[in-house]
Design a protein. Structure first.
Length: 106
């Protein structure tokens, strides 16, 4: 992967255990894992009619330098928008990690 194509900053976040609240209910928090350079490529959007509302979603593919610790349980933040990871693939021989993610359309 050429460094010139990695022209966007994304933040990888992981769900962590934040302890318990006053009612002994587990608190889950998103913690920043890393901020990395990425190439962002829009794929497609989708709309569906649910409960008398139109809900849309945006789909993007992000390519970052290879990381073995990214899973579908993580999420990423790109341009202030939260993206849920739906697929993670290794491209090449540990050269690139490709991440497919969705975000709710505004």
């Amino acid at each position: 992967m050429r460094a010139g194509k990695l022209d966007r900053r994304v933040t990888l976040e992981r769900l962590t255990d934040g302890g318990t609240d006053a009612f002994n209910v587990a608190i889950e928090e998103w913690a920043e894992v890393a901020t990395v350079w990425a190439q962002a490529r829009p794929n497609r959007g989708a709309e569906r009619f649910t409960a008398a509302e139109v809900n849309g979603s945006a789909v993007m593919s992000f390519q970052i330098r290879y990381r073995s610790d990214v899973t579908v349980k993580d999420r990423l933040v790109y341009e202030g928008r939260v993206w849920n990871i739906v697929d993670v693939r290794e491209v090449g021989r540990r050269v690139v990690t490709e991440i497919d993610a969705t975000a709710r359309a505004e």
